[in-house]
Ligand binder design. Structure first.
Ligand code: SF4
Ligand code: SF4
Length: 182
């Protein structure tokens, strides 16, 4: 999705996304009939092969994660949001509903918890009244306060739910062959 903004055409890497393709791989994208955890078929060479073409969904053209958005608008918080590849997760905010949607890289599921930048930023957002919706290895967690956030950081609740045999919130995680929990 937003990652394609860095490529105006094949071979032209122009933006802040670097080689990230999280938002083209991790979420479900209805316009492309793409299930969660499967890379979009249009990813090519680390970019979007249909960038600038009419068949590229509007949802893709409109999307930018919080990291990219902060840089595009030169937001004051731009240096407080780590690059998704550096923290193993990306997110976007809904400022109206005060919700933050976080998607965790299943190949590196613990990196986001070890990122001081990301953790500090999320704590600030929780104190400001935002709710976190975290999607991690096919499971979804809703975090409404810093105390719950601390518990999530301290324990692997995804592994716990797996051990207890609880059904996945995003069944396509298993079907996708994405990396299992480490
Ligand atoms: S169409 Fe392009 S921008 Fe949209 S998900 Fe696929 S690769 Fe990403
Ligand atoms: S998650 Fe952010 S940095 Fe990564 S490709 Fe999408 S818009 Fe770019």
């Amino acid at each position: 999705m937003g990652q394609a903004k860095r490529r105006k055409e094949a071979g032209d890497r122009v933006s802040h996304c670097r080689t990230c393709t999280y938002c083209c791989s991790l979420p479900q994208i209805e316009a492309l009939a793409k299930p969660a955890y499967r890379p979009c078929i249009h990813i090519a060479g680390g970019g979007c092969s249909i960038h600038g073409r009419p068949e590229r969904p509007a949802a893709c053209s409109a999307y930018a994660c919080a990291y990219l958005t902060a840089r595009l608008v030169n937001a004051p918080e731009r240096n407080r949001i780590p690059h998704p590849l550096d923290c193993g997760a990306y997110f976007h905010r809904d400022p109206v509903e005060k919700v933050i949607f976080v998607f965790v890289d299943p190949a590196r599921p613990f990196l986001w918890k070890a990122s001081p930048l990301l953790v500090d930023f999320m704590r600030l957002q929780l104190r400001a009244g935002f709710v976190l919706f975290v999607t991690d290895r096919g499971r979804q967690m809703i975090i409404r306060d810093v105390a719950t956030f601390a518990e999530i950081l301290a324990r692997d609740f995804v592994a716990l739910a797996d051990r207890e045999g609880r059904p996945l919130d995003v069944p396509s995680f298993r079907e996708s062959g994405a990396s299992p929990p480490a």
